[in-house]
Design a protein around this ligand. Structure first.
Ligand SMILES: [Zn+2]
Ligand SMILES: [Zn+2]
Length: 378
C-alpha cells in the first residue's frame, strides 16, 4: 500500500516536472500552470470555477485532443447568468463549452485519417447513427444525442472547456487552415447553415434578422454570401449593429432608441419575406411579424422557454413558423467553407481571453455593449 501511494506521488511529481519543462519550452506563464487537467465548471448561476477534472480514458475508436480555442456561446452565457437555458436546468456541476478546436495529442489504435498534431474542429454532438432520425440525416434530433455542455439530460453531458478532451474520432474534423480560432467558429456556422437550409432559399429574398449577436451576424454574413436581395437586422444595442454594418448589412434598426424606423416597413403588405429570429426575445419576434409579407417564413433560432404571440397573424398572413435546432450534416459543410476562406467570420471574434480567467471572459461576453464572440484560449 505504501509503495502504491509513493508511486502515485512519484507519478504526479513527474507530471509536474514534465509540465514545467513544456511550459518553459513554450514560454507559457508558469504562475497559472499546475499539473492537473483543468476545466471550466458551472455550479449554479454566477458560480463559475476553474477546477481540476479527471483525465478521461481513451477507447480504441477515440482520440485525445488538446483544446486550443473555445467560443463562449449564448447557451453557455444562459447557464452562467441564469443557471438554465430553455428547459435545461443545472442540477449538478457541469463543464461548459461546445464550440471548440484543438490539436490531436493521442490517437486510438482503430482510428484512421487522424494523426498527432492535426488541428481539428470538434463536433460537439455525439449521435447514435442508428435511430431513424440519424438514418434520415436528421441527427440533430437523435434519440440518444449527447451534446457537450448540456444540462438537458441527467447526469449532464460534460462540455469541452477543458485543457484536454477525449472524443470519438468521427467527431473530429481535420481543419486544413492553420487558424484554431477560426476552427472554433465551425459550430456556430453549422447552426446557421442548418437554419438557412430550413428556410428553403435565401437567394433573392429580403431578409430580416432579429438579434445581432454572433448567430444573428453569421446569419447576415451567410445571407449576403448566398445572394439575398437585402439583409436588415434589428437589435437594442448599438455596438452589434455597428459590426453588422461592417459586414455589409444594408439596414440596421436600433429598437431601443428608434423602433419606428422598422415599423415604417409595415406599410402595404409588409416589406420582408424571410425572418430569422436570433434573439430569443418575444418582442423581437412580434416586431418582425408586423413587417413581413403574407406567406413569409419565420425561422426561430433564438432560444427561449415561452412566448406569447399574436397567433392571428400566423393564420391570416399564412406565415410559416419554423424551428431550427443545432445542425446535422452541416458541420462538414461549415469546415469546408471556413478552411477554404470562402467566408470570413474573424471580424466577429472580439476578445481572446485565457481560460483560467474564465470569470472575466464570461462577464465580458455578457456585455453586449462591447463584446461579440469571446474565445477562450487554452
Ligand atoms: Zn453554440
Ligand atoms: Zn440517433
Amino acid at each position: 500500500m505504501v509503495i502504491m501511494i509513493n508511486q502515485v506521488i512519484l507519478t504526479k511529481k513527474l507530471r509536474i516536472i514534465s509540465t514545467l519543462l513544456t511550459s518553459i519550452r513554450s514560454g507559457k506563464n508558469l504562475c497559472h500552470e499546475s499539473y492537473e487537467m483543468r476545466a471550466i465548471f458551472i455550479n449554479a448561476a454566477k458560480d463559475l470555477r476553474v477546477s481540476d477534472c479527471e483525465e478521461e480514458r481513451m477507447m480504441p475508436s477515440q482520440v485525445r485532443v488538446k483544446i486550443s480555442h473555445g467560443g463562449i456561446c449564448g447557451s453557455d452565457l444562459h447557464y452562467f447568468n441564469h443557471g438554465k437555458v430553455g428547459f435545461s436546468k443545472l442540477r449538478e456541476p457541469m463543464i461548459l463549452g461546445h464550440e471548440v478546436s484543438g490539436f490531436v495529442s493521442d490517437v486510438g489504435e482503430d482510428v484512421g485519417g487522424l494523426a498527432i498534431g492535426d488541428l481539428v474542429a470538434i463536433n460537439p454532438a455525439k449521435t447514435c447513427g442508428q435511430c431513424h432520425f440519424c438514418k434520415e440525416n436528421r441527427s440533430n434530433q437523435c434519440s440518444s444525442m449527447q451534446f457537450f455542455g448540456s444540462a438537458l439530460l441527467f447526469p449532464h453531458i460534460q462540455g469541452a472547456f477543458r485543457e484536454e478532451v477525449v472524443v470519438d474520432a468521427n467527431q473530429c474534423f481535420k481543419f486544413r487552415a492553420s487558424n484554431p480560432g477560426v476552427a472554433a467558429l465551425v459550430e456556430p456556422l453549422s447552426v446557421v447553415l442548418h437554419a438557412i437550409r430550413k428556410s428553403g432559399n435565401v437567394n433573392g429574398r429580403r431578409v430580416l434578422i432579429s438579434g445581432a449577436g454572433p448567430i444573428g451576424l453569421i446569419t447576415a454574413a451567410l445571407c449576403i454570401f448566398y445572394g439575398a436581395e437585402s439583409v436588415s437586422i434589428m437589435d437594442i444595442e448599438t455596438y452589434p449593429l455597428s459590426l453588422a454594418q461592417k459586414l455589409g448589412v444594408q439596414n440596421t434598426f436600433d429598437m431601443r432608441n428608434n423602433s419606428s424606423e422598422l415599423e415604417n416597413y409595415a406599410a402595404g403588405e409588409g416589406n420582408f419575406d424571410l425572418f430569422f429570429e436570433c434573439s430569443g426575445a418575444e418582442q423581437a419576434l412580434i416586431s418582425g411579424m408586423n413587417v413581413l409579407n403574407p406567406g413569409s417564413k419565420i425561422i426561430q433560432l433564438g432560444i427561449a422557454a415561452e412566448f406569447c404571440l399574436p397567433v392571428i397573424q400566423l393564420t391570416a398572413k399564412e406565415y410559416e413558423l419554423i424551428g431550427s435546432w443545432r445542425f446535422s450534416g452541416e458541420f462538414s459543410q461549415a469546415v469546408n467553407l471556413l478552411e477554404a476562406g470562402e467566408i470570413d467570420l474573424t471580424p466577429l471574434i472580439s476578445h481572446e481571453i485565457p481560460f483560467w480567467d474564465a470569470e472575466k471572459a464570461f462577464l465580458t461576453a455578457s456585455n453586449r455593449k462591447e463584446a461579440m464572440k469571446v474565445q477562450l484560449c487554452f
